[in-house]
Design a protein around this ligand. Sequence first.
Ligand code: 5GP
Length: 164
Amino acid sequence: SEIRENLTYPIFGQAIRELAQTIADDGYEPDIILSIARGGVFVAGGLAYALDCKNIHLVNVEFYTGVGTTLEMPVMLSPVPNAIDFSNKKVLIADDVADTGKTLKLVHDFCLDHVAEVRSAVIYEKSHSLVKCEYVWKKTDEWINFPWSVEPPVVRREGQVLDA
Ligand code: 5GP
């Protein structure tokens, strides 16, 4: 479909504050925020400041290859987080969106085996998601344009090299 949910950087800033407020009001105080790269890194950074959590970890998961096109299953790329770091910790998984929910489920199931408690926070959750996140800023079923990925990577311009 042509309809898109357009997240801008200013609205993202507002969304993070509101999402963090919901988590704080719920009394959840994570020891570790585990971001799912790459989109979840923005969310984790914002939540870490807003929740005053100084411990961010990162996991790389590959699933989407284009708009609506995916690999068969998401895969956790190495290095996989060290389970010892997570033992007896309260973890908050942070991602941009739970779409099919397969990515979050993969990371959530990994955590379940190793941590004291794990919850998930996302900006968006789609109604068909197979995981229901504890903390969601907004529900949508549209394809979302995120401000960090809506534009293609920059390309090098000719004649812009500065001599040292
Ligand atoms: P899932 O495993 O829940 O289907 O998708 C996980 C990842 O796919 C998200 O973290 C995100 O990077 C990407 N993704 C899923 N749906 C969307 C979408 O509507 N828009 C964009 N830009 N990325 C999406």
